[in-house]
Design a protein around this ligand. Structure first.
Ligand code: PMP
Length: 423
């Protein structure tokens, strides 16, 4: 570990939660240099929905490289990009009756978010954007301005002067409809909230602690946007690509966003990001918004293979089945350890076990790591254990991983009780 401490910036994060040197991986298992195996409930923060080194994807990549396929292409036309666009249109957009133009941005999620915010402001000629409490959209300055979490934001990085925050579904308690709250600000010209160009929202807040917006809330949000001529941007970077069951997370609400950001698993494990926009919003001049690494052709190859998981409904059904299994197990664990006051929430295959006492979720993650499981925390105070296994995880492995969680919680409870009793 010495070289990392000596050379790499203090900013490094996950290496502290998972302090070992990883070497190889396959499917939902990752191995370190000592050949210790870890079950992966972290899945590269949502990049590995199709697993590590999925053979379908790696075979296609190796063949493409062997043939001398174009790797870097800026936004030139390439065979790999054609294959991706064709597959995406035919497999994802057309069957859902969605009509979007595709813009490839720089390869990270935050690049897609920046692009969406800029385009919305350009088209509507308004600078304000409405974002939501506990939302996470990336850490470049534009995306950071619409990210809630206090840990990442400081006034000295630039103000949030073109951003207004509104309460996400449930933020003001179960009895407050936060869309009605938001409506009051929009309809009263003296509220101090300027009419925004767009609203940006996650249907399930990932980093924010697995907060699931209800179908009704999402539908009301869409209606409100239509009423006030505001663009609706769904950030599907973490919960798109089948994480909630359907390919897009907003399908369960039957809404039609004006723009959608995608990244993480869209590249089948390789860096890639894109913005989907309603065709009439595509008002860019040629080359007006560029970036050297827009056309990552290896990612196009990987992504095209990954999309074959959407040729039929098998994956979607598997996600529903395994998601139910996770929910049942977590609810059982919450009952088994009443002293933890745990709460369970999620959808599809993204689940959170909220452990409200300070530091407990982090301790659980540490205990799990020692027992061979990678799992991260989320939420404003890192109070939520976040379950994000690859969608393709085998059921046995999923159960084994959940078993490790049970052991970890038991160990943690025992340690806490010993400390309390002064042993
Ligand atoms: N939006 C959402 C919803 C995300 O979860 C993330 C990453 N966690 C981002 C944007 C930013 O993506 P990236 O880290 O690739 O810039």
């Amino acid at each position: 570990m010495r070289i990392f401490e000596e050379m790499e910036s203090e900013v490094r994060g996950y290496v502290r939660s998972f302090p070992t040197i990883f070497h190889v991986a396959r499917g939902s298992e990752i191995f370190d240099e000592q050949d210790k195996r870890y079950i992966d409930f972290f899945a590269g923060a949502g990049v590995l929905n199709y697993g590590h080194n999925n053979p379908l994807i790696t075979d296609a990549l190796i063949e493409y490289l062997r043939e001398g396929g174009i790797v870097h292409g800026l936004d030139k036309a390439t065979v790999a990009k054609r294959a991706f666009l064709t597959k995406f249109r035919d497999t994802i957009l057309a069957p859902r009756n969605l009509h979007y133009k595709v813009q490839f941005t720089g390869p990270t999620g935050t690049n897609a978010v920046e692009t969406a915010l800029k385009l919305a402001r350009m088209v509507k000629r308004r600078s304000n954007i409405i974002a939501f409490t506990n939302g996470y959209h990336g850490l470049t300055l534009g995306a950071l301005a619409v990210t809630g979490n206090y840990y990442y934001k400081d006034e000295s990085y630039g103000s949030r002067s073109n951003t207004a925050f509104m309460p996400f579904d449930g933020f003001l308690g179960p009895d407050c409809n936060t869309i009605d709250y938001m409506r009051r600000f929009l309809e009263d010209g003296s509220s101090g909230v300027d009419l925004p160009a767009a609203v940006i929202v996650e249907t399930v807040q990932g980093e924010g602690g697995i907060n699931v917006a209800s179908v009704e809330w999402l539908q009301q949000l869409e209606a409100l946007c239509r009423e006030f001529d505001i663009l609706l941007i769904i950030d599907d970077i973490q919960v798109g690509n089948g994480r909630t069951g359907s390919f897009f997370s907003f399908e369960r609400a039957g809404i039609y966003p004006d723009m959608v950001t995608l990244s993480k698993s869209i590249g089948g494990g390789l860096p890639m990001a894109l913005l989907l926009m309603r065709p009439d919003l595509d008002q860019w001049q040629p080359g007006e918004h560029t970036g050297t690494f827009r056309g990552n052709n290896l990612a196009f190859i990987a992504a095209t293979e990954a999309l074959s998981y959407w040729d039929n409904e098998d994956l979607e059904q598997a996600v529903r089945h395994k998601g139910e299994l996770i929910r049942t197990e977590l609810e059982r664990l919450a009952e088994q350890f009443p002293q933890l006051n745990a709460r369970v929430r999620g959808h599809g295959m993204i689940w959170g076990l909220e452990l409200p006492q300070t530091g407990v979720a982090g301790e659980a993650s540490k205990e799990a790591f020692e027992r061979g499981l990678l799992i991260e925390t989320a939420g404003a105070n890192d109070q939520v254990l976040k379950f994000l296994p690859p969608l393709v995880i085998e059921e046995d492995l999923l159960r084994e991983g959940l078993g490790i969680i049970e052991e970890s919680l038991a160990a943690l409870v025992e340690k806490r009780e010993k400390t309390l009793s002064g042993e």
